[in-house]
Design a protein around this ligand. Structure first.
Ligand code: NI
Length: 176
């Protein structure tokens, strides 16, 4: 297993549209294992392949308190969504340090595939529904920041670009 590098907003690669997975092979198993390790290491509850610059429709998630319930969604599709929207505070491993409210359908019906290719369906509500929609947005090149006002988007961009610059400066080896 290996830790993968997480892309940070406003990296344009986060805008890439992910392609459906066609081969349920060892390469996919390795990708999911690496994504899970990366998500746990970053203390996130969900991660989409887009965020690690792999443009395939793959999501990993763990909403449990003790981090023992890894969920994998391959090629997920929302089949039905409730008219009723609810607001949740969201954050994202690709937008570190930023949290804001997003309105999304409260209840969704999702169809997806398991790691072995088997199709399953589920009804999701609450945090699971929020997280699934957030991660599926990533696969469509969308970030939760896109739902915020232009003003907020501008502030977040500036803040993260500054942070990125500092991080790059820190990693420069000492000069002699
Ligand atoms: Ni995210």
């Amino acid at each position: 297993m290996a830790l993968l590098k997480i892309l940070h907003y406003p990296d344009p690669r986060l805008r890439t549209i992910a392609k459906p997975v066609e081969h349920f092979d060892d390469e996919l198993v390795k990708l999911v294992a690496d994504m899970a390790e990366t998500m746990y290491d970053a203390v996130g509850i969900g991660l989409a392949a887009t965020q690690v610059n792999v443009h395939k429709q793959v999501i990993v998630m763990d909403l449990s308190e003790d981090r023992s319930d890894l969920k994998v969604f391959i090629n997920p599709v929302i089949q039905k969504a409730s008219d009723q929207h609810v607001a949740h505070q969201e954050g994202c491993l690709s937008v570190p340090g930023v949290f804001d409210e997003v309105q999304r359908p409260d209840l969704i019906h999702v169809k997806a595939q398991e790691l072995n290719g088997k199709t399953f369906e589920l009804e999701a509500q609450g945090l699971l529904a929020v997280c699934l929609q957030h991660e599926m947005d990533h696969l469509n090149g969308k970030v939760f920041v896109d739902y915020l006002s232009r003003l907020k988007q501008g502030r977040i961009k500036t803040k993260l670009q500054k942070a990125e610059k500092l991080a790059t400066a820190d990693s420069v080896p000492p000069l002699y």
